[in-house]
Design a protein around this ligand. Structure first.
Ligand SMILES: Nc1ncnc2c1ncn2[C@@H]1O[C@H](COP(=O)(O)OP(=O)(O)OP(=O)(O)O)[C@@H](O)[C@H]1O
Length: 287
């Protein structure tokens, strides 16, 4: 994606939207055999109700570590600190244990990862993965009910003949289908907030657009909010209302997509925007 035409601004009715996630001064340090690294250094960000907040920046700038830090998905060799992480309906979750966070993920925050095959269990049928999710959250849903819910969820993410997918395994799915299944799983318990970390990496351009249309529809049509991590400014321009630009583990710029794209103030953002080829621009291609 390289089209930088900007998505419409939020309507006047959304002038003072509720904040569903407010992260203040998030920092992550990771102990490695070569010493301690600090990939996230005091990040502030907030997601408002009904919006898609884009987090953009070059590879290695700390985007994934930021969201994994919020969700406590980093390994035991990491330390996550924050002044606060306010999640609507849950208060400040910055002090939550890993166990408490298991109750938050799935129910309060759905997570769509970069590689769907990494989050699907290779030895369980897809049906069982839906049921395990219900069990893990103690919903009391029976196997039969879980199957019916799963069929509806798969249908909702555009999977034709969902019963075939339910009875099969992850390795039988294409990348795009697997990501649809992950999206269905991530939204089964109706979390009001979704995190999507480069959800279309490795998919071809047509499928990328289908998946992004699907997840943005889940926000637009179902009143959710989303934090969307990407390195692609075209995706930010097309799908997000506000954007946070990260560089070297810090937020260097934040604002409406329109303002940041049209009048970027930070030199890194200016370079990032300047590096996107414009339609009709002559490219220097080596022969
Ligand atoms: N477990 C780890 N051990 C050592 N370094 C790590 C670890 N996890 C992350 N890092 C480092 O932290 C930095 C930020 O990584 P992160 O994956 O958050 O970047 P990113 O912006 O999401 O990049 P990408 O777009 O490539 O996914 C990188 O320099 C990475 O090498």
């Amino acid at each position: 994606m390289s089209d930088l035409s900007v998505a419409p601004l939020a309507s006047a009715a959304e002038d003072v939207p509720e904040t569903v996630l407010d992260v203040r001064n998030l920092a992550v340090s990771i102990r490695t055999p070569d010493g301690v690294v600090n990939p996230v250094k005091g990040v502030d960000l907030s997601v408002r109700k009904g919006e898609i907040l884009g987090v953009v920046g070059e590879s290695g700038c700390g985007k994934s570590t930021t969201i994994k830090g919020v969700l406590k998905l980093l390994g035991p060799n990491s330390t996550v600190t924050a002044d606060r992480i306010e999640l609507a309906g849950h208060g400040d979750i910055s002090g939550h244990s890993v166990k408490q966070m298991r109750g938050v993920r799935g129910r309060a925050v759905g997570f769509v990862v970069q590689n769907p095959f990494g989050s699907l269990n290779p030895i369980y049928t897809i049906e069982r993965q839906f049921y395990e999710l219900q069990k893990a959250h103690g919903t009391g849903v029976s196997k039969r009910q879980s199957r019916d819910i799963a069929l509806a969820m798969l249908d909702g993410v555009g999977i034709v003949r969902p019963e075939r997918v339910l009875d099969g395994y992850a390795h039988q799915l294409s990348g795009g289908m697997a990501q649809r299944v992950v999206i269905a799983l991530a939204t089964t318990l109706s979390p009001p907030l979704l995190f999507a970390d480069e959800p279309t990496t490795g998919l071809d351009a047509t499928v990328q657009a289908q998946i992004l249309d699907l997840i943005s529809g889940l926000v637009r049509d179902e009143g959710r909010s989303m934090l969307l991590v990407t390195h692609d400014l075209g995706v930010i321009a097309q799908y997000c209302q506000r954007v946070v630009v990260m560089y070297g583990g810090e937020v260097v710029e934040e604002g409406s997509v329109h303002d940041v794209m049209v009048t970027p103030t930070h030199p890194y953002t200016q370079k990032l925007i300047g590096s996107v080829p414009k339609p009709g621009e002559k490219l220097n291609v080596a022969r």
